[in-house]
Design a protein around this ligand. Sequence first.
Ligand code: SAM
Length: 272
Amino acid sequence: MTTDTTYLLGHDPAELARLEHQAQILAPATTTVLQLAGIVPGMRVLDLGTGAGDVAFQVAELVGPTGSVVGVDQSVQALAFAAHRTEQRGLTNVSFLHDDLRTVPITGQFDAVVGRLVLLYLPDPHDVLRRFAGLVRKGGVVAMMEYEMAAAGALPPTALSEQVGFWVTESFRRSGLDPSLGARLAQVMRRAGLDGATMLGLQGYCEPGDRTGPRMAAGTIRTLLPVLGKTGIATPAEVDIETLEDRIAQDCAHHDVIFKFPTLVGAWARVA
Ligand SMILES: C[S@@+](CC[C@H](N)C(=O)[O-])C[C@H]1O[C@@H](n2cnc3c(N)ncnc32)[C@H](O)[C@@H]1O
């Protein structure tokens, strides 16, 4: 087993809290994708890169007590938090496996493999997906979700929203990760041997005065601060992280603009 020394975002308590907040925002889009993909009661499902367990919990609700979910992640901290939350929820059909998706010697048969915001971090996402799709029974489902980050911003755009959007997309780009992977998911699935995936992008919005978006944006930048500095995108003084959420919120309210979340793209296919 390897550990997550190369994972861009880390798993300190602030990042786990950010994941939880992001998961609340993404919950409706995630349920929509999972339902359209065909996750139904009784299924045995694998959740790739489960993190704090949020997708696994949504799947658990859909598969019900006769189904089960196994979440895989390489982070001990994230899985400890996920296990704690599972206990708090009284869920008995969710379990976790600590391992690296690139090398985990997992066996068994599943009705579905799902994953949200994880393929982005894998250098060869199609290879990993091909291996896990091989565990899905014929007629079963593979359903993956990733961001199209470039869709995020303000409507109409403001100087600050453009700046923050650039900081986010450029941090991923300069780290060798594709901020628009969501839009390319069907291609990744095809390279994994899963032809004809259906793709759907779902985007959330918030009104001027609603701090949900500014909080998410500032939380993302907080997590990316070391990357921003290391890659020369922005200095701590330019970011001024302690005031960023307030400044984004004030900017939205002042210009009366709509905050646009990144689009969550779902892609799903049946295993032939
Ligand atoms: C952005 S988080 C998403 C978590 C969760 N899927 C969600 O949507 O809330 C990405 C997760 O993928 C995990 N991850 C990244 N690369 C991995 C790998 N090679 N093996 C296992 N887990 C990995 C990270 O540890 C992290 O918890």
